[in-house]
Design a protein around this ligand. Structure first.
Ligand code: HEM
Length: 501
Protein backbone atom coordinates (compact mmCIF):
# COMPACT_ATOMS: atom_id res chain seq x y z
CA UNK A 1 0.00 0.00 0.00
CA UNK A 2 1.45 3.40 -0.94
CA UNK A 3 1.65 6.32 1.45
CA UNK A 4 -1.75 7.99 1.63
CA UNK A 5 -1.94 11.20 -0.36
CA UNK A 6 -2.46 14.48 1.50
CA UNK A 7 -4.04 16.31 -1.42
CA UNK A 8 -7.66 17.37 -1.31
CA UNK A 9 -9.76 16.52 -4.35
CA UNK A 10 -11.36 19.87 -3.69
CA UNK A 11 -8.12 21.81 -3.88
CA UNK A 12 -6.90 23.32 -7.11
CA UNK A 13 -3.73 21.28 -6.89
CA UNK A 14 -3.26 17.80 -8.30
CA UNK A 15 -5.21 15.20 -6.34
CA UNK A 16 -2.17 13.04 -5.78
CA UNK A 17 -3.03 9.89 -7.67
CA UNK A 18 -0.19 7.49 -8.31
CA UNK A 19 1.41 8.87 -11.48
CA UNK A 20 2.26 5.37 -12.63
CA UNK A 21 -1.37 4.33 -12.41
CA UNK A 22 -3.14 7.48 -13.57
CA UNK A 23 -2.65 9.05 -16.98
CA UNK A 24 -1.67 12.73 -16.85
CA UNK A 25 -4.39 15.37 -17.31
CA UNK A 26 -5.07 15.94 -21.00
CA UNK A 27 -4.19 12.38 -21.93
CA UNK A 28 -6.67 11.14 -24.55
CA UNK A 29 -7.01 7.90 -22.57
CA UNK A 30 -8.80 9.88 -19.83
CA UNK A 31 -12.30 9.68 -21.19
CA UNK A 32 -12.23 5.94 -21.76
CA UNK A 33 -9.91 4.71 -19.06
CA UNK A 34 -11.87 5.18 -15.87
CA UNK A 35 -10.08 8.45 -15.07
CA UNK A 36 -11.75 11.84 -15.09
CA UNK A 37 -10.65 15.35 -14.44
CA UNK A 38 -7.31 15.91 -12.75
CA UNK A 39 -6.50 12.27 -13.38
CA UNK A 40 -8.84 11.09 -10.63
CA UNK A 41 -10.49 7.70 -10.75
CA UNK A 42 -14.16 7.51 -11.63
CA UNK A 43 -16.64 5.49 -9.59
CA UNK A 44 -18.87 5.31 -12.66
CA UNK A 45 -18.42 4.47 -16.32
CA UNK A 46 -17.35 1.27 -18.07
CA UNK A 47 -14.51 0.27 -15.72
CA UNK A 48 -16.55 0.84 -12.57
CA UNK A 49 -19.62 -0.86 -14.12
CA UNK A 50 -17.44 -3.86 -14.81
CA UNK A 51 -15.66 -4.07 -11.46
CA UNK A 52 -16.31 -1.30 -8.92
CA UNK A 53 -14.81 -3.37 -6.10
CA UNK A 54 -11.61 -3.54 -8.16
CA UNK A 55 -11.63 0.26 -8.55
CA UNK A 56 -11.95 0.64 -4.77
CA UNK A 57 -8.96 -1.68 -4.27
CA UNK A 58 -6.87 0.37 -6.71
CA UNK A 59 -7.87 3.52 -4.81
CA UNK A 60 -6.96 1.87 -1.51
CA UNK A 61 -3.54 0.88 -2.87
CA UNK A 62 -2.92 4.37 -4.24
CA UNK A 63 -4.26 6.51 -1.39
CA UNK A 64 -4.93 4.44 1.70
CA UNK A 65 -8.24 4.27 3.61
CA UNK A 66 -9.68 7.56 2.29
CA UNK A 67 -9.29 8.30 -1.43
CA UNK A 68 -10.23 11.14 -3.76
CA UNK A 69 -12.58 9.95 -6.53
CA UNK A 70 -15.25 11.11 -8.95
CA UNK A 71 -19.00 10.54 -9.02
CA UNK A 72 -21.11 10.99 -12.18
CA UNK A 73 -20.48 14.30 -14.01
CA UNK A 74 -17.01 14.12 -12.41
CA UNK A 75 -18.28 15.48 -9.10
CA UNK A 76 -15.51 15.10 -6.51
CA UNK A 77 -16.00 12.95 -3.45
CA UNK A 78 -13.85 11.25 -0.83
CA UNK A 79 -14.32 7.49 -1.05
CA UNK A 80 -14.05 6.22 2.52
CA UNK A 81 -12.60 2.71 2.16
CA UNK A 82 -11.32 1.86 5.65
CA UNK A 83 -13.54 0.05 8.15
CA UNK A 84 -12.55 2.21 11.11
CA UNK A 85 -12.58 5.43 9.03
CA UNK A 86 -16.17 4.70 7.95
CA UNK A 87 -17.17 4.00 11.53
CA UNK A 88 -15.45 7.15 12.75
CA UNK A 89 -17.31 9.20 10.14
CA UNK A 90 -20.79 7.89 10.92
CA UNK A 91 -20.19 8.09 14.67
CA UNK A 92 -18.94 11.68 14.72
CA UNK A 93 -21.96 13.89 14.03
CA UNK A 94 -20.05 16.93 15.31
CA UNK A 95 -17.87 16.72 12.15
CA UNK A 96 -19.94 14.87 9.56
CA UNK A 97 -23.59 15.27 8.63
CA UNK A 98 -26.11 13.54 6.35
CA UNK A 99 -27.53 16.99 5.50
CA UNK A 100 -26.63 17.34 1.81
CA UNK A 101 -27.37 21.07 1.85
CA UNK A 102 -23.86 21.67 3.22
CA UNK A 103 -22.20 19.83 0.28
CA UNK A 104 -20.19 22.32 -1.76
CA UNK A 105 -21.12 20.43 -4.97
CA UNK A 106 -24.79 21.05 -4.20
CA UNK A 107 -24.10 24.67 -3.29
CA UNK A 108 -22.16 25.43 -6.48
CA UNK A 109 -24.62 23.46 -8.63
CA UNK A 110 -22.17 20.79 -9.90
CA UNK A 111 -24.36 18.20 -8.16
CA UNK A 112 -27.68 19.74 -9.20
CA UNK A 113 -31.17 18.26 -9.44
CA UNK A 114 -30.35 16.70 -12.82
CA UNK A 115 -27.41 14.71 -11.39
CA UNK A 116 -28.02 10.96 -11.81
CA UNK A 117 -27.62 10.44 -8.06
CA UNK A 118 -29.85 13.41 -7.11
CA UNK A 119 -32.72 11.11 -5.99
CA UNK A 120 -30.50 9.75 -3.21
CA UNK A 121 -28.73 12.93 -2.09
CA UNK A 122 -31.36 15.67 -2.65
CA UNK A 123 -32.35 16.97 0.76
CA UNK A 124 -35.80 16.06 2.02
CA UNK A 125 -37.44 16.65 5.41
CA UNK A 126 -36.85 13.04 6.52
CA UNK A 127 -34.90 11.32 9.29
CA UNK A 128 -32.11 10.35 6.90
CA UNK A 129 -31.25 13.96 6.01
CA UNK A 130 -31.54 15.76 9.34
CA UNK A 131 -29.41 15.93 12.47
CA UNK A 132 -29.67 16.80 16.14
CA UNK A 133 -33.05 17.53 17.72
CA UNK A 134 -34.96 17.25 14.41
CA UNK A 135 -33.34 13.86 13.75
CA UNK A 136 -34.31 12.69 17.22
CA UNK A 137 -37.91 13.84 16.63
CA UNK A 138 -38.30 12.09 13.24
CA UNK A 139 -36.19 8.99 13.93
CA UNK A 140 -37.72 8.72 17.39
CA UNK A 141 -41.18 8.55 15.78
CA UNK A 142 -40.02 5.74 13.43
CA UNK A 143 -38.30 3.72 16.16
CA UNK A 144 -41.20 4.35 18.56
CA UNK A 145 -43.63 2.94 15.98
CA UNK A 146 -41.30 -0.01 15.33
CA UNK A 147 -41.09 -0.81 19.04
CA UNK A 148 -44.81 -1.56 19.06
CA UNK A 149 -44.58 -4.15 16.28
CA UNK A 150 -45.36 -7.76 17.12
CA UNK A 151 -42.14 -9.32 15.82
CA UNK A 152 -43.28 -12.88 16.38
CA UNK A 153 -46.45 -12.15 14.41
CA UNK A 154 -44.39 -10.59 11.61
CA UNK A 155 -42.29 -13.75 11.34
CA UNK A 156 -45.45 -15.82 11.01
CA UNK A 157 -46.50 -13.58 8.14
CA UNK A 158 -43.09 -13.81 6.49
CA UNK A 159 -43.45 -17.58 6.60
CA UNK A 160 -46.98 -17.41 5.21
CA UNK A 161 -46.03 -15.02 2.37
CA UNK A 162 -42.97 -17.13 1.56
CA UNK A 163 -45.17 -20.19 1.24
CA UNK A 164 -47.63 -18.28 -0.96
CA UNK A 165 -44.80 -17.39 -3.33
CA UNK A 166 -43.47 -20.95 -3.20
CA UNK A 167 -46.95 -22.27 -4.08
CA UNK A 168 -46.74 -20.30 -7.33
CA UNK A 169 -43.57 -22.10 -8.38
CA UNK A 170 -43.52 -25.50 -6.66
CA UNK A 171 -45.47 -27.37 -9.36
CA UNK A 172 -43.25 -26.14 -12.19
CA UNK A 173 -39.96 -27.65 -11.03
CA UNK A 174 -38.00 -24.55 -11.99
CA UNK A 175 -38.01 -20.84 -11.22
CA UNK A 176 -36.02 -17.63 -11.13
CA UNK A 177 -35.60 -16.96 -7.41
CA UNK A 178 -34.82 -13.26 -7.97
CA UNK A 179 -37.94 -12.22 -9.91
CA UNK A 180 -40.27 -14.86 -8.42
CA UNK A 181 -39.20 -14.78 -4.78
CA UNK A 182 -36.59 -12.26 -3.59
CA UNK A 183 -38.21 -9.26 -5.28
CA UNK A 184 -41.69 -10.01 -3.96
CA UNK A 185 -41.32 -11.23 -0.40
CA UNK A 186 -40.07 -7.94 1.16
CA UNK A 187 -42.83 -5.95 -0.56
CA UNK A 188 -45.54 -8.33 0.71
CA UNK A 189 -44.13 -8.21 4.24
CA UNK A 190 -43.55 -4.46 4.37
CA UNK A 191 -47.03 -3.63 3.04
CA UNK A 192 -48.40 -5.93 5.73
CA UNK A 193 -46.29 -4.17 8.38
CA UNK A 194 -47.55 -0.77 7.20
CA UNK A 195 -51.12 -2.11 7.36
CA UNK A 196 -51.84 -2.03 3.63
CA UNK A 197 -51.54 -5.64 2.38
CA UNK A 198 -54.32 -5.00 -0.15
CA UNK A 199 -51.98 -2.61 -2.01
CA UNK A 200 -49.59 -5.46 -2.86
CA UNK A 201 -49.49 -5.90 -6.63
CA UNK A 202 -47.07 -6.54 -9.43
CA UNK A 203 -47.40 -2.81 -10.26
CA UNK A 204 -46.29 -1.85 -6.73
CA UNK A 205 -43.24 -4.13 -6.95
CA UNK A 206 -42.33 -2.74 -10.37
CA UNK A 207 -42.84 0.86 -9.18
CA UNK A 208 -40.55 0.37 -6.16
CA UNK A 209 -37.84 -1.18 -8.33
CA UNK A 210 -38.22 1.57 -10.91
CA UNK A 211 -37.91 4.38 -8.34
CA UNK A 212 -34.53 3.19 -7.19
CA UNK A 213 -33.19 2.34 -10.62
CA UNK A 214 -33.44 6.01 -11.58
CA UNK A 215 -35.10 5.30 -14.96
CA UNK A 216 -37.11 7.85 -16.99
CA UNK A 217 -40.30 6.45 -15.50
CA UNK A 218 -39.01 6.85 -11.92
CA UNK A 219 -41.05 10.02 -11.35
CA UNK A 220 -44.30 8.35 -12.39
CA UNK A 221 -43.47 5.32 -10.24
CA UNK A 222 -42.71 7.54 -7.26
CA UNK A 223 -46.07 9.28 -7.78
CA UNK A 224 -47.85 5.90 -7.86
CA UNK A 225 -46.25 4.76 -4.59
CA UNK A 226 -46.80 8.14 -2.87
CA UNK A 227 -50.46 8.20 -3.92
CA UNK A 228 -51.05 4.79 -2.30
CA UNK A 229 -49.17 5.83 0.87
CA UNK A 230 -50.96 9.19 1.15
CA UNK A 231 -54.37 7.49 0.76
CA UNK A 232 -53.39 5.06 3.48
CA UNK A 233 -52.28 7.83 5.89
CA UNK A 234 -55.63 9.61 5.47
CA UNK A 235 -57.44 6.30 6.12
CA UNK A 236 -55.45 5.54 9.27
CA UNK A 237 -55.66 9.11 10.60
CA UNK A 238 -59.45 8.68 10.47
CA UNK A 239 -59.47 5.10 11.73
CA UNK A 240 -56.35 3.74 13.45
CA UNK A 241 -55.59 0.04 13.48
CA UNK A 242 -52.83 -2.11 14.93
CA UNK A 243 -50.15 -1.36 12.37
CA UNK A 244 -46.95 0.64 11.89
CA UNK A 245 -48.75 3.53 10.17
CA UNK A 246 -51.27 4.06 12.99
CA UNK A 247 -48.44 3.80 15.54
CA UNK A 248 -46.39 6.38 13.61
CA UNK A 249 -49.33 8.79 13.51
CA UNK A 250 -49.85 8.32 17.26
CA UNK A 251 -46.22 9.08 18.24
CA UNK A 252 -45.65 12.08 20.55
CA UNK A 253 -43.63 13.71 17.73
CA UNK A 254 -47.02 14.51 16.10
CA UNK A 255 -45.90 14.09 12.51
CA UNK A 256 -47.95 15.85 9.83
CA UNK A 257 -49.61 13.71 7.15
CA UNK A 258 -46.82 14.66 4.72
CA UNK A 259 -44.16 13.64 7.23
CA UNK A 260 -45.91 10.34 7.92
CA UNK A 261 -46.17 9.58 4.16
CA UNK A 262 -42.52 10.56 3.58
CA UNK A 263 -41.37 8.21 6.36
CA UNK A 264 -43.59 5.38 5.14
CA UNK A 265 -41.90 5.82 1.78
CA UNK A 266 -38.46 5.85 3.41
CA UNK A 267 -39.23 2.67 5.35
CA UNK A 268 -40.88 0.90 2.40
CA UNK A 269 -38.18 1.69 -0.14
CA UNK A 270 -35.16 1.28 2.19
CA UNK A 271 -36.56 -2.04 3.34
CA UNK A 272 -37.64 -3.27 -0.06
CA UNK A 273 -34.47 -2.66 -2.04
CA UNK A 274 -32.04 -3.80 0.64
CA UNK A 275 -33.96 -6.87 1.73
CA UNK A 276 -34.63 -8.05 -1.84
CA UNK A 277 -30.87 -7.82 -2.49
CA UNK A 278 -30.07 -9.60 0.74
CA UNK A 279 -32.41 -12.54 0.03
CA UNK A 280 -31.02 -12.95 -3.51
CA UNK A 281 -27.43 -12.79 -2.24
CA UNK A 282 -28.01 -15.29 0.56
CA UNK A 283 -29.77 -17.73 -1.78
CA UNK A 284 -26.94 -17.49 -4.28
CA UNK A 285 -24.37 -17.96 -1.54
CA UNK A 286 -26.15 -20.95 -0.08
CA UNK A 287 -26.55 -22.53 -3.54
CA UNK A 288 -23.04 -21.95 -4.83
CA UNK A 289 -20.48 -21.27 -2.15
CA UNK A 290 -18.52 -24.40 -1.23
CA UNK A 291 -17.90 -22.99 2.27
CA UNK A 292 -21.63 -23.09 2.90
CA UNK A 293 -22.23 -26.36 1.14
CA UNK A 294 -19.61 -28.01 3.31
CA UNK A 295 -20.74 -26.36 6.50
CA UNK A 296 -24.42 -26.77 5.80
CA UNK A 297 -24.11 -30.46 5.08
CA UNK A 298 -22.16 -30.82 8.29
CA UNK A 299 -25.06 -29.16 10.09
CA UNK A 300 -22.92 -26.27 11.37
CA UNK A 301 -24.17 -23.25 9.50
CA UNK A 302 -27.53 -21.73 10.33
CA UNK A 303 -29.44 -19.55 7.89
CA UNK A 304 -28.98 -16.47 10.12
CA UNK A 305 -25.24 -17.11 10.01
CA UNK A 306 -25.37 -17.37 6.22
CA UNK A 307 -27.24 -14.03 6.23
CA UNK A 308 -24.56 -12.42 8.40
CA UNK A 309 -21.73 -13.73 6.19
CA UNK A 310 -23.57 -12.31 3.17
CA UNK A 311 -23.90 -8.92 4.93
CA UNK A 312 -20.08 -8.92 5.14
CA UNK A 313 -19.32 -10.20 1.63
CA UNK A 314 -22.14 -8.64 -0.42
CA UNK A 315 -23.80 -5.86 1.58
CA UNK A 316 -27.23 -4.99 0.08
CA UNK A 317 -26.23 -1.30 -0.15
CA UNK A 318 -22.60 -1.17 -1.29
CA UNK A 319 -22.18 2.54 -0.57
CA UNK A 320 -24.18 5.61 0.37
CA UNK A 321 -23.94 9.17 -0.94
CA UNK A 322 -23.26 10.34 1.58
CA UNK A 323 -21.87 12.20 4.50
CA UNK A 324 -20.70 15.81 4.35
CA UNK A 325 -17.96 17.58 6.34
CA UNK A 326 -19.24 20.32 8.64
CA UNK A 327 -15.74 21.66 9.31
CA UNK A 328 -12.13 21.23 8.20
CA UNK A 329 -10.87 17.97 9.61
CA UNK A 330 -8.70 14.90 8.91
CA UNK A 331 -9.73 11.38 8.02
CA UNK A 332 -7.48 8.49 7.09
CA UNK A 333 -4.56 10.85 6.64
CA UNK A 334 -6.46 13.14 4.24
CA UNK A 335 -7.26 16.81 4.82
CA UNK A 336 -11.03 17.11 4.56
CA UNK A 337 -12.45 20.60 3.99
CA UNK A 338 -15.77 21.91 5.28
CA UNK A 339 -18.38 21.18 2.58
CA UNK A 340 -16.53 18.14 1.15
CA UNK A 341 -18.68 15.11 0.28
CA UNK A 342 -17.77 11.62 1.51
CA UNK A 343 -18.97 8.29 0.24
CA UNK A 344 -19.87 5.80 2.99
CA UNK A 345 -17.93 2.86 1.59
CA UNK A 346 -19.87 -0.11 2.95
CA UNK A 347 -18.50 -2.76 0.58
CA UNK A 348 -14.87 -1.57 0.60
CA UNK A 349 -15.03 -1.07 4.39
CA UNK A 350 -16.25 -4.65 4.83
CA UNK A 351 -13.22 -6.02 2.97
CA UNK A 352 -10.67 -3.67 4.53
CA UNK A 353 -7.54 -5.83 5.00
CA UNK A 354 -7.03 -4.24 8.42
CA UNK A 355 -10.15 -6.02 9.73
CA UNK A 356 -10.22 -8.92 7.25
CA UNK A 357 -6.71 -9.98 6.31
CA UNK A 358 -8.14 -13.29 5.04
CA UNK A 359 -11.34 -12.80 3.05
CA UNK A 360 -12.03 -16.51 2.90
CA UNK A 361 -12.21 -16.78 6.70
CA UNK A 362 -15.81 -17.00 7.84
CA UNK A 363 -17.10 -14.23 10.06
CA UNK A 364 -19.37 -16.41 12.18
CA UNK A 365 -20.54 -14.54 15.26
CA UNK A 366 -19.04 -11.22 14.13
CA UNK A 367 -21.67 -8.60 13.35
CA UNK A 368 -19.37 -5.61 13.08
CA UNK A 369 -19.85 -5.23 9.31
CA UNK A 370 -20.99 -1.90 7.90
CA UNK A 371 -24.11 -3.19 6.07
CA UNK A 372 -26.41 -1.24 8.40
CA UNK A 373 -23.98 1.68 8.86
CA UNK A 374 -23.58 2.92 12.45
CA UNK A 375 -23.85 6.01 14.63
CA UNK A 376 -27.02 8.08 14.96
CA UNK A 377 -28.35 7.06 11.50
CA UNK A 378 -27.70 3.32 11.87
CA UNK A 379 -30.48 1.38 10.19
CA UNK A 380 -33.34 1.04 12.68
CA UNK A 381 -35.01 -1.71 10.61
CA UNK A 382 -32.16 -4.20 10.60
CA UNK A 383 -33.92 -6.81 12.70
CA UNK A 384 -36.90 -6.74 10.37
CA UNK A 385 -34.59 -6.99 7.32
CA UNK A 386 -32.76 -9.92 8.90
CA UNK A 387 -36.03 -11.61 9.88
CA UNK A 388 -37.43 -11.37 6.33
CA UNK A 389 -34.24 -12.86 4.87
CA UNK A 390 -33.78 -15.56 7.55
CA UNK A 391 -37.37 -16.73 7.56
CA UNK A 392 -37.85 -16.46 3.78
CA UNK A 393 -34.69 -18.42 2.95
CA UNK A 394 -35.43 -21.00 5.63
CA UNK A 395 -38.99 -21.50 4.32
CA UNK A 396 -37.68 -21.90 0.78
CA UNK A 397 -35.02 -24.44 1.72
CA UNK A 398 -37.56 -26.38 3.68
CA UNK A 399 -40.19 -26.51 0.95
CA UNK A 400 -37.61 -27.17 -1.80
CA UNK A 401 -34.83 -29.10 -0.08
CA UNK A 402 -33.50 -30.39 -3.42
CA UNK A 403 -33.24 -26.91 -4.97
CA UNK A 404 -30.14 -26.39 -7.10
CA UNK A 405 -28.79 -23.91 -9.62
CA UNK A 406 -30.06 -24.57 -13.18
CA UNK A 407 -27.13 -22.81 -14.88
CA UNK A 408 -23.40 -22.74 -14.41
CA UNK A 409 -22.48 -20.37 -11.59
CA UNK A 410 -20.30 -18.41 -14.03
CA UNK A 411 -23.40 -17.53 -16.08
CA UNK A 412 -24.91 -15.51 -13.23
CA UNK A 413 -24.80 -11.77 -13.83
CA UNK A 414 -25.19 -8.61 -11.74
CA UNK A 415 -26.41 -5.09 -12.39
CA UNK A 416 -24.18 -2.65 -10.53
CA UNK A 417 -24.25 0.96 -9.52
CA UNK A 418 -22.36 2.90 -6.88
CA UNK A 419 -25.21 2.24 -4.46
CA UNK A 420 -25.89 -1.44 -4.88
CA UNK A 421 -25.24 -4.58 -6.82
CA UNK A 422 -28.22 -6.74 -7.82
CA UNK A 423 -28.18 -10.28 -9.00
CA UNK A 424 -30.09 -10.22 -12.31
CA UNK A 425 -31.54 -13.75 -12.05
CA UNK A 426 -31.07 -16.94 -10.06
CA UNK A 427 -32.44 -19.81 -12.19
CA UNK A 428 -33.00 -22.97 -10.16
CA UNK A 429 -34.57 -26.40 -10.51
CA UNK A 430 -36.13 -28.77 -7.99
CA UNK A 431 -38.49 -31.70 -7.85
CA UNK A 432 -42.10 -30.75 -8.65
CA UNK A 433 -44.41 -30.84 -5.66
CA UNK A 434 -47.98 -29.79 -4.84
CA UNK A 435 -48.86 -26.43 -3.27
CA UNK A 436 -49.32 -26.15 0.45
CA UNK A 437 -52.29 -24.68 2.31
CA UNK A 438 -51.20 -21.20 3.37
CA UNK A 439 -54.56 -20.29 4.85
CA UNK A 440 -53.96 -22.81 7.63
CA UNK A 441 -52.81 -21.40 10.96
CA UNK A 442 -49.30 -20.16 10.17
CA UNK A 443 -46.42 -22.43 11.18
CA UNK A 444 -48.73 -25.27 12.15
CA UNK A 445 -47.83 -27.52 9.22
CA UNK A 446 -45.70 -30.61 9.56
CA UNK A 447 -42.22 -29.87 8.21
CA UNK A 448 -40.87 -31.74 5.22
CA UNK A 449 -37.76 -33.61 6.37
CA UNK A 450 -34.63 -31.80 5.19
CA UNK A 451 -32.56 -34.19 3.22
CA UNK A 452 -29.78 -32.12 1.72
CA UNK A 453 -30.00 -28.93 3.74
CA UNK A 454 -29.00 -29.12 7.35
CA UNK A 455 -30.03 -25.54 7.85
CA UNK A 456 -31.45 -24.54 11.17
CA UNK A 457 -32.46 -21.31 12.76
CA UNK A 458 -30.95 -20.81 16.19
CA UNK A 459 -32.91 -21.39 19.35
CA UNK A 460 -34.07 -18.14 21.00
CA UNK A 461 -31.15 -16.60 22.86
CA UNK A 462 -31.93 -15.96 26.51
CA UNK A 463 -29.95 -12.70 26.69
CA UNK A 464 -32.27 -10.90 24.23
CA UNK A 465 -34.36 -8.38 26.18
CA UNK A 466 -38.09 -9.01 26.22
CA UNK A 467 -38.94 -5.99 24.06
CA UNK A 468 -36.17 -6.54 21.50
CA UNK A 469 -36.91 -8.43 18.29
CA UNK A 470 -36.54 -12.15 18.91
CA UNK A 471 -34.25 -14.34 16.83
CA UNK A 472 -35.95 -16.05 13.95
CA UNK A 473 -38.23 -18.84 15.07
CA UNK A 474 -37.61 -22.29 13.59
CA UNK A 475 -39.14 -22.28 10.12
CA UNK A 476 -41.55 -25.13 10.49
CA UNK A 477 -42.10 -26.33 14.01
CA UNK A 478 -45.09 -28.54 14.59
CA UNK A 479 -46.33 -26.15 17.23
CA UNK A 480 -45.95 -22.51 18.21
CA UNK A 481 -42.54 -21.49 19.58
CA UNK A 482 -42.27 -22.21 23.27
CA UNK A 483 -40.93 -18.79 24.31
CA UNK A 484 -43.31 -16.86 26.56
CA UNK A 485 -45.66 -14.60 24.65
CA UNK A 486 -47.06 -11.45 26.22
CA UNK A 487 -50.79 -11.70 26.81
CA UNK A 488 -52.53 -9.90 23.97
CA UNK A 489 -55.25 -7.31 24.41
CA UNK A 490 -58.83 -8.15 23.46
CA UNK A 491 -58.55 -5.99 20.33
CA UNK A 492 -55.45 -7.82 19.07
CA UNK A 493 -57.02 -11.21 19.84
CA UNK A 494 -60.13 -10.13 17.93
CA UNK A 495 -58.01 -8.93 14.99
CA UNK A 496 -56.10 -12.19 14.88
CA UNK A 497 -59.35 -14.13 14.93
CA UNK A 498 -60.74 -11.84 12.22
CA UNK A 499 -57.66 -12.32 10.05
CA UNK A 500 -58.05 -16.05 10.30
CA UNK A 501 -55.58 -17.14 12.96
C1 HEM B 1 -31.18 -5.96 4.85
C2 HEM B 1 -31.93 -4.94 4.96
C3 HEM B 1 -31.47 -3.52 5.22
C4 HEM B 1 -30.23 -2.93 5.05
C5 HEM B 1 -28.95 -3.58 4.54
C6 HEM B 1 -30.36 -1.55 5.45
C7 HEM B 1 -29.33 -0.62 5.44
C8 HEM B 1 -29.46 0.70 5.80
C9 HEM B 1 -28.40 1.69 5.72
C10 HEM B 1 -26.99 1.42 5.23
C11 HEM B 1 -28.92 2.87 6.14
C12 HEM B 1 -28.21 4.23 6.14
C13 HEM B 1 -27.61 4.61 7.46
C14 HEM B 1 -26.87 5.94 7.36
O1 HEM B 1 -27.43 6.93 6.87
O2 HEM B 1 -25.69 5.99 7.78
C15 HEM B 1 -30.30 2.64 6.51
C16 HEM B 1 -31.14 3.60 7.02
C17 HEM B 1 -32.46 3.38 7.32
N1 HEM B 1 -33.15 2.18 7.23
FE1 HEM B 1 -32.38 0.40 6.65
N2 HEM B 1 -31.66 -1.34 5.85
C18 HEM B 1 -32.36 -2.52 5.73
C19 HEM B 1 -33.67 -2.74 6.07
C20 HEM B 1 -34.51 -1.79 6.60
C21 HEM B 1 -35.86 -2.07 7.04
C22 HEM B 1 -36.53 -3.45 6.97
C23 HEM B 1 -36.36 -0.89 7.49
C24 HEM B 1 -37.72 -0.60 8.07
C25 HEM B 1 -38.54 -1.49 8.57
C26 HEM B 1 -35.32 0.12 7.35
C27 HEM B 1 -35.45 1.44 7.71
C28 HEM B 1 -34.44 2.39 7.63
C29 HEM B 1 -34.61 3.79 8.02
C30 HEM B 1 -35.91 4.44 8.55
C31 HEM B 1 -33.36 4.41 7.83
C32 HEM B 1 -33.00 5.88 8.11
C33 HEM B 1 -32.45 6.00 9.53
C34 HEM B 1 -31.90 7.37 9.90
O3 HEM B 1 -31.43 8.11 9.03
O4 HEM B 1 -31.94 7.71 11.10
N3 HEM B 1 -34.22 -0.47 6.82
N4 HEM B 1 -30.61 1.30 6.29
Amino acid sequence: MTTPSRHSPYSASSPGTDPAAAPPPGCPAHQSSGFGRDGMRRLYGPEADQDLAGVYEKLRAEHGPVAPALLHNDVRVWAVLGHSENLHMVRTPSQYTRDSRVWSAVRDGTAGPDHPLAPVFSWQPMASFVEGAEHQRLRGAVTGAMAGLDHRGIRRHINRYSNKLLNDICETGEADLVSQFAEHLPMMVMLHVLGMPEDYSERMVQAARDMIKGTETAIASNAYVMEALTRHVVRRRAQPEEDFTSALIAQPAQLTDDEVAAHLRLVLIAAYEATANLIANVLRMVLTDPRFRAQLSGGQMTVPEAVEQSLWDEPPFSAMVGYFAKQDTQLGGQQIKAGDGLLLGIQPGNVDPVVRPDLSANMQGNRSHLAFSGGPHECPGQDIGRAIADTGVDALLMRLPDVELRVDERELSWRSSILSRHLVALPVQFGKRPPQDVTARPMSHVPTPRKHWEVTSPAPRPEVPAEAPQPVAPAAPAAEPAAPVRRKGAWRRFLEWWRGY
